[in-house]
Structure formats: structure tokens, C-alpha cells
Design a protein around this ligand. Sequence first.
Ligand SMILES: Nc1nc2c(ncn2[C@@H]2O[C@H](COP(=O)(O)OP(=O)(O)OP(=O)(O)O)[C@@H](O)[C@H]2O)c(=O)[nH]1
Ligand SMILES: [Mg+2]
Length: 366
Amino acid sequence: MAVQLSGLWLQHCPLIPLGRRTKQLWLPTPSASMSSLSAPSSSIQIVGGRNSGWHGQGNVNLGGVSDSEQEFNWVDLDADLYHWTKGLRPVQWYPGHIAKTEKELKEQLKLMDVVIEVRDARIPMSTSHPQMDLWLGNRKRILVLNREDMISTADRNAWANYFSKQGVKVVFSNGQLGMGTMKLVCLAKTLAAGVNVKRRARGLLPRPVRAGIVGYPNVGKSSLINRLLKRRMCPAAPRPGVTRELKWVRFGKDLELLDSPGIIPMRISDQSAAIKLAICDDIGERSYDVTDVAAVLIRILSRLPAAGLSVLQKRYKIDADGHSGHVFVQKVALNLFNGDTHQAAFRILTDFRKGKFGWIALERPR
Ligand SMILES: Nc1nc2c(ncn2[C@@H]2O[C@H](COP(=O)(O)OP(=O)(O)OP(=O)(O)O)[C@@H](O)[C@H]2O)c(=O)[nH]1
Ligand SMILES: [Mg+2]
């Protein structure tokens, strides 16, 4: 089996050198140890997804980007977003299972050889937990930008370039179709390989590498595991808060994966981020006012060169007023939903989530 798995590595991990020891490294064993290596790695690897050809080292060509996109000022949009959201009802969501998960995750961290942090590729900053660095310390870590099918190539390139410059390991993935998942496994095994080197040096048998998958709700953590296992081992559904318990699952003989419930800060101080979580369905629906959120989305879309007023006009066949999101929602309500603003707002959000305005990220690196 070990040889077979090595073959898998050779097939899927062309970048990873396989030494003589690989055969022994992945022998199945029932024994386990709590040891983990923590030296941070500075190497840069960007793998997975549509453009897996460039294993980004240094600058990346932002090809396919229009002039208006290149000139677009994301910092200005952030500033406006701050003003648009500050008068709205605060978005806060902290159901009981998240508090419990946080506590349990901290315990389970001790068992993890590598931590896979999954974020939503549409909002990589807003799905970055402010306490994650503190919790993980110098533990080995992989950043996954999932939902890569929901952003444009220009968005993807911008984020790849950004993380590449920071020396952060990023895997772009699609939890629905499985793109990027094997590369993720390869990277996790490579990063954690030292665990079994150490064990062998101490005369111990190798054990499976343990990778914990963590991140915000609904970013695709369970789906990624299911795609890897080619079985529905972990419940997954299009709403936040589906996974309620931590669950270890085995992938082959040499990898164990921990599926965990999505975690989110108890208080979200950045309300612009909170609104983006709501737009992307990464926070419980009861935590926000659908009409407010849809109105903000309209304002954002009307500003973004990749979308713009024309996209909205075309979709709903009404005049779009980019300066008043609420007026626009009301117009959609009157035209299509007998004046039901809530339904209209819900439709606008659903349309965005289904890519009806195009596949667009709501954040770019600053
Ligand atoms: N389009 C698209 N959909 C995805 C992708 N990954 C997951 N999904 C969908 O997103 C929804 C949520 O996925 P889950 O795997 O349940 O997300 P989760 O992070 O485990 O969510 P919680 O358990 O609530 O924290 C499901 O309907 C998936 O089919 C992706 O890469 N692209
Ligand atoms: Mg889940």
C-alpha cells in the first residue's frame, strides 16, 4: 500500500521530491503520537484550480484585466462600504455550537500536524479569523481559497500574487467539483513529512499525518473532505452552520482529516466584513436584515467594473440607480414581487450567490 501511495504522490505532486524513505514513511500503523513539527516554512507554492500551471514564484502577470479594472480603486470602495454599513443594524452571529467548537478546536490543535485554513475566495480577508494566528502559533499551515469557480481569473491572479509575495502557501480549490483537493493533500503530507522522519529516528513506526480543516462557516470545509473521499462522509449543505461536531475521517492509510464546524468571532467589529459575510451566505441568515444587505450589494456591484449598473439593469430590466441600493431593491420589488421588498432582496442576494451577475470577488488585496 505504501508503494501505491507513493505512486499517487508521484502522479499528483510533481513538485515534491520523493526520497528513498518515502516507501517506509507511509506504512500503515495503528500507533499514534502527539508530536508535531512547528518550524515555519518560507517556500512559496500556489497550486490548484484553473491556472495550476503557475506555481507562483514572484510576480504574476495579471493578464485578462481590463483598463477600468486595473484602475479601479478598491481602497475607495472599502471607505464607502464603511459609511454605507455604519448606520445599519449590526450583524452579529455566535450560536452556541461555535463557542463549544472553539474550545474543542484548541484541544484538537495539539493533535494536528498541519492546519488547513479554508477561506471564501470571494472574500479572503473577511473570512480570515482575527484569532487564527494566535491559536495556530508557528504550527504548519496551508491556506485554501475555496470557491475558486466563483471568482474571475483576474481576482484569482491578484490574490495569488499577493499571497505569493507574502510567502504564504495557497491552494485554490473547488469543493463542489474537487479541483485542488489532491494538491492540498500532497502539500499537507509534504509539510508534515517531518513528523515521521522524527518518529523513525526514534525507532517508532510511522503514523498517518493529521490535518485539521478549519475556517468560517459555509466556506466549503466539509465539501472538500467529501470530494477527497469521494463519499459523503461529512454533512454539507448551502447554508452556514451545517457541521456541528468535530469529526476525524481517514483518507487512505496515511492521512487523517478533521472536519470542524465553521467558527466566527464572538463580536465582529468590522461591519463591512460582516456585511460581506452576509452577502456571501457565510453567516447565519437570522443575523442580518436581508434588505439592507441586498442594498449594499447593489451599491458594490454598481461600482465594480467587473459588474456595473448595466449588469443590474439587464438582469432586472429596470433603471438602476447606483447611489441608492434601497431604492433599487424597492424597484425590483414593485416590478417583480408585487411590492414585497424582502423577497426582492432575497432574490438579489441569491442571484449574486448563483453568479447571475458574473463571478466576482468582493475583495482585492490592498
Ligand atoms: N460553487 C461552489 N460551491 C461550493 C464549493 N465548495 C463548497 N461549495 C458548496 O457550498 C456549500 C457549503 O459547503 P460545506 O462544505 O457545507 O461548507 P462548510 O464550510 O463545511 O460549512 P459549515 O459546516 O456550515 O461550517 C455546499 O452547498 C457546497 O456544495 C466551491 O468550491 N464552489
Ligand atoms: Mg461543514
